[in-house]
Ligand binder design. Structure first.
Ligand code: GAL
Length: 635
């Protein structure tokens, strides 16, 4: 695994570039990402390009032996461009334009902005497409960051109507699919359909789901417009996009099909603080991040990149954007780096080389402080580099467990949670975490993935079961678990004929007759586990495999297939994993709290995320906080 950093030559005087490059090499870095926000310097005025500085920056970095990832600058359209076409900005759900003065202020559907992007990307790749030091292109930066996938602009509305006409052909078909007879919502033509916002109460969920599908397709086609241009001028050069953490607003699997290497931006401490984790977890893992945050995304994005993936931005110290921004424990930056290697990353690149003393991110740590002295992470990068040298190249091994991840499922649950604490990402993450707590390696895969190589398959929920999925599962010979709400909706967001779980009934004969959600704090006892958040009443000829203390069935099994009719708490997920692993003959580990294991093809890595020393039985050693043990695999 290579190491790299994100560098902004345009932020620094030219006379320090060479020294920066030399110091990067000295620290063990061989990659550097540049360019992704530099539009106003590349093209200071419409049509007037200033390539000189970028030519010299690229030469300076290349001369030091660094390989370059060059970003297209389309996340930051300059002021002159916004002034030229003010309607290119996105409009938020409240109908307000997203103003100039930060970044990502564009609408994915605006044809004029798309043409400008094609122009600037073509200009860049025509100039640098053949440069031997440029080993990868990054399209844009973090699609969707700052809540920017959805736009309610005129351009988006117009594009949505075209998208609907292509999907439904006739307006009658749309009215029927959405159930628009309800509340007299029927349309007479596609031209009458608006985006689903500013309605008095909630808009039709079918309308929302199609708007989300449309918006996701807009991201995919926006990205593809860039990859097509890059491939034409830089054939054979790898293309990536840097995805975000805990983010489901567009179909990353679909974008993944158009790039060579999926990368993501790993900020474990910021994510712990910003997402649903309990206060106890936020305290326990304050300076380490929850032990599964980074790994979860490594495994998810490996699936999005068809196996090839990396970390484009690795947190090196406190960030600036979470509610609270602690510093990592000494050792954590090295540990995060090695966790990525253990999952088969091609590279880890730190964000950023030097902390900027100005503008929005001046409180965000880098590998250097603003005065160019080394920040705390610098020596950890050296340490990680030397461990990586020692263990040699790592690649991902076949994981025993697959976890099926569906962006559409996230949209369906988000549009119609029905219970405020039914959160798709949390459900999937909890299943993932439970697998890792028993020492299992996991692949997080798309619903259309080949599942035949796995020894157990978990589908935390899949409300809309895609065509062919049931047949694929029927052909498996390993234990399979469906979570609640699977098969509960048709593709047009309606309740299926014959009720949930819809098509899954052919895998396990049961019917969900009623669902209820439970407020936070309510917990109805089972045997060592409890019903919280969500419960389904099930009619079935099978006796339940698990029932709660009142005798109501919560898990049903038929052959290899299980259906769980409640939000499974940690204890129940654990039990189910133990049963499935037992049936599949997959060995489990009993890991102490905060300890995780990951096997590459050649090595077994053990990491201690706890904030105290932990005796780890399978290693036979006590691991201090933020430390690791790496051993060659015995088989
Ligand atoms: C990422 C982004 C970077 C920088 C970083 C700060 O989301 O891609 O440009 O803003 O966060 O943590």
């Amino acid at each position: 695994m290579k190491l790299g950093c994100c560098y902004y030559p345009e932020h620094w005087p030219e006379d320090i570039w060479a020294e920066d490059a030399r110091r990067m090499r000295d620290m063990g870095l061989s990659l550097v990402r540049i360019g992704e926000f530099a539009w106003s310097r590349i093209e200071p005025e419409p049509g007037r390009y200033d390539w000189g500085w970028l030519d010299r920056a690229i030469e300076t970095l290349a001369d030091a032996g660094l390989q370059i990832i060059l970003g297209t600058p389309t996340a930051t359209p300059p002021k002159w461009l916004v002034d030229q076409m003010p309607d290119m900005v996105a409009i938020d759900e409240q109908g307000r334009p997203r103003g100039f003065g930060s970044r990502r202020h564009y609408c994915f559907s605006h044809p004029g902005y798309r043409a400008e992007c094609a122009r600037i990307v073509a200009a860049m790749v025509e100039r640098y497409g053949q440069h031997p030091a440029i080993v990868m292109w990054q399209t844009d930066n973090e699609y969707g960051c700052h809540d920017t996938v959805l736009s309610f602009s005129d351009a988006a509305a117009a594009a949505f109507r075209v998208w609907l006409a292509a999907r439904y052909d006739t307006i009658d078909a749309l009215n029927t699919a959405w159930g628009n007879v309800f509340w007299s919502m029927e349309y007479r033509s596609f031209a009458e359909v608006d985006p689903p916002h500013l309605t008095v109460t909630e808009a039709n969920p079918a309308h929302w789901l199609d708007y989300r599908r449309f918006a996701s397709d807009a991201v995919v086609s926006f990205n593809r417009a860039q990859t097509d241009i890059i491939r034409a001028h830089a054939p054979g050069c790898d293309i990536t996009h840097n995805f975000m953490g805990f983010f489901t607003e567009f179909d990353h699997h679909a974008v993944g099909h158009d790039i060579d290497v999926a990368t993501w931006d790993s900020y474990p401490l910021g994510f712990l603080e910003q997402f649903w984790f309990s206060s106890a977890e936020k305290r326990a893992y304050l300076r380490q991040g929850h032990p599964d945050i980074a790994a979860f995304h490594h495994d998810l994005y490996r699936g999005c990149g068809g196996g090839r993936w990396g970390v484009m931005e690795q947190q090196p110290g406190p960030v600036n954007w979470a509610r609270f921004n602690p510093a990592p424990l000494p050792g954590m930056v090295a540990l995060w780096t090695l966790e990525a290697a253990a999952h088969g990353a091609e590279f880890t690149s730190y964000f950023r080389w030097r902390q900027a003393p100005f503008a929005q991110e001046q409180m965000h740590a880098g590998l250097l402080r603003p005065d160019s002295t080394e920040a705390e992470a610098a020596n950890e990068v050296r340490e990680a580099a030397s461990v990586l040298d020692e263990i040699g190249p790592q690649s991902a091994a076949q994981a025993p467990a697959a976890l099926v991840f569906s962006y559409e499922a996230a949209w369906v649950i988000g549009i119609q949670p029905q219970g405020a604490s039914f959160r798709y990402l949390e459900l999937v993450f909890d299943c993932y975490s439970a697998l890792r707590q028993r020492g299992l390696d996991v692949d997080i895969v798309a619903p259309d993935a080949d599942l035949s190589g796995y020894r157990m398959v978990l589908i935390p929920t899949l409300p809309i079961v895609p065509q062919g999925f049931v047949e694929k599962v029927a052909a498996l010979t390993c234990p399979v678990l469906f979570g609640p709400r699977s098969g509960s909706k048709t593709a047009s967001f309606a309740i299926p004929d014959g009720l949930a779980p819809g098509d899954c009934k052919s895998l396990i004969a049961l019917t969900v007759t009623r669902v209820e959600s439970l407020r936070d704090g309510v917990s109805e006892p089972g045997d060592g586990w409890a019903v919280t958040r969500w419960r389904e009443d099930v009619r079935s000829r099978f006796a339940p495999e698990f029932a709660d203390a009142a005798g109501q069935g919560v898990v049903y099994v038929s052959g290899d297939v299980r259906y769980c009719a409640i939000w499974p708490d940690a204890a129940l997920v654990r039990l189910l994993i133990e049963r499935m692993a037992g049936e599949a003959g997959v060995p489990l580990l009993d890991l102490p709290e905060g300890v995780r294991v990951r096997r590459s093809a050649s090595h077994c890595f053990t990491f201690n995320y706890a904030s105290e020393p932990v005796l780890v039985p399978h290693v036979g050693e006590t691991l201090s906080p933020a430390s690791w043990h790496i051993a060659p695999r015995t088989r």
